[in-house]
Design a protein around this ligand. Structure first.
Ligand code: NAD
Ligand code: MG
Length: 330
């Protein structure tokens, strides 16, 4: 594994060049502003008159349409929702991009699963921050940076690696460390992480734990604090110092309970199902199903989203969080 830090990188591969950032959402807004403040020439490409157009203009950036931004970009960062990228690439970016431009993604989904094919005359590269856009922005403003992955899939310019590292440097990634990977590894591990552990696994563990206590007759408010609220304290300890730091801060009783009961909850059978989730990712089954769901109008997606929000833990949680003024509820 190679990891690059600030001392290993410079912005000179982007000197005299224009970076076109297409999309001004979570990642787009953070990357554009960080690059701009780092001294890189940035133009934002968004739909004319839309809310992102207003926002990017108010933030003091040069703003134009995706097609015009693509025409100006020596490096074109596609920071649109994954399911929107193919259409915008085909209609606005490919017909207008310069030969020799670098096409940059923040997640490998569309390239890895073959949904987008970039002409041989262009680079295909990735900088994937391992954190949400608001953190990429906030950490940059605080002089820190979110660790990021970088990859080169296609090197037409002969400068693909240097430009990509310079981009990662410009958004603050080299302050946290930039690790080289491939589109395949980033895509598959990212999808697995969010499904099995971060978004899917963790939330389901919380909800099922809460429900087990409530069904046994305990007060929902007590169950909420136990299963949802306190998770943050544990995650902070893990983030700062791994299992060792958590063990140091929790009681011996909690440690003993962890050792004997943890493996009863998450066991070999769970591992087998994690493997099945990973298999569906690597085979392309998940990608295919998600694309079909998106293209058929997101009916199941919206239903499942509503079911999530209708759960008792959401009602109890909203009422309790409203009492805790120090919690940012945005
Ligand atoms: P987002 O949903 O926050 O924002 C997308 C932006 O795209 C919108 O704000 C809008 O400006 C534009 N847009 C939306 N629909 C459009 C359309 N139909 N036509 C034209 N423009 C449209 O997206 P995001 O979460 O920043 O994701 C961007 C990329 O970054 C994705 O590849 C994602 O996988 C990746 N990524 C996201 C995160 C994250 O935490 N959000 C982290 C790492 C990587
Ligand atoms: Mg869930």
């Amino acid at each position: 594994m190679t990891m690059y830090f600030e001392k290993d990188a410079s912005l000179s591969p982007l000197e005299g060049k224009t970076v076109a950032v297409i999309g001004y959402g979570s990642q787009g807004r953070a990357h554009s502003n960080n690059l701009h403040e780092s001294g890189v020439n940035v133009v934002v490409g968004v739909r004319e008159g839309g809310p992102s157009w207003t926002q990017a203009t108010a933030d003091g950036l040069a703003v134009t349409t995706p097609a015009q931004a693509a025409a100006q970009g020596d490096l074109i960062a596609i920071l649109l929702p994954d399911m929107v990228q193919k259409k915008v690439f085909e209609e606005d970016i490919k017909p207008n991009a310069k030969d020799g431009a670098s096409i940059l993604f923040a997640h490998g989904f569309n390239i890895h699963f073959g949904r987008i094919t970039v002409p041989d005359s262009m680079d295909v590269v990735m900088v994937a921050p391992k954190g949400p856009g608001d953190l990429v922005r906030r950490q940059y403003q605080e002089g820190k940076g979110v660790p990021s992955l970088m990859a080169v899939e296609q090197d037409a310019s002969g400068e693909a690696f240097d430009r990509t590292l310079a981009y990662a440097h410009g958004i603050g990634g080299t302050r946290g460390g930039v690790i080289t990977t491939t589109f395949k590894e980033e895509t598959e591990t990212d999808l697995f992480g969010e499904q099995a552990v971060l978004c899917g696994g963790a939330t389901e563990l919380v909800v099922q734990g809460f429900q087990t206590l409530v069904d046994a007759g305990y007060q929902p408010e007590v169950a909420y604090f136990e299963c949802m609220h306190e998770l943050k304290l544990i995650v902070d300890l893990l983030f700062e110092g791994g299992l060792a730091k958590m063990n140091k801060f929790i009681s011996e009783t909690a440690q003993y309970g962890d050792f004997v009961s943890g493996p009863r909850i998450i066991n070999a059978e769970t591992r087998q199902r994690m493997k099945e989730v990973l298999d569906d990712i690597t085979s392309g089954k998940f990608a295919q199903e998600w694309a079909e769901e998106y293209e058929s109008g997101l009916t199941n997606f919206r239903r499942m989203e509503q079911e999530d929000l209708d759960q008792p833990i959401e009602k109890v949680g909203a009422a309790l969080r409203a009492q805790m003024s120090w919690i940012n509820s945005d």
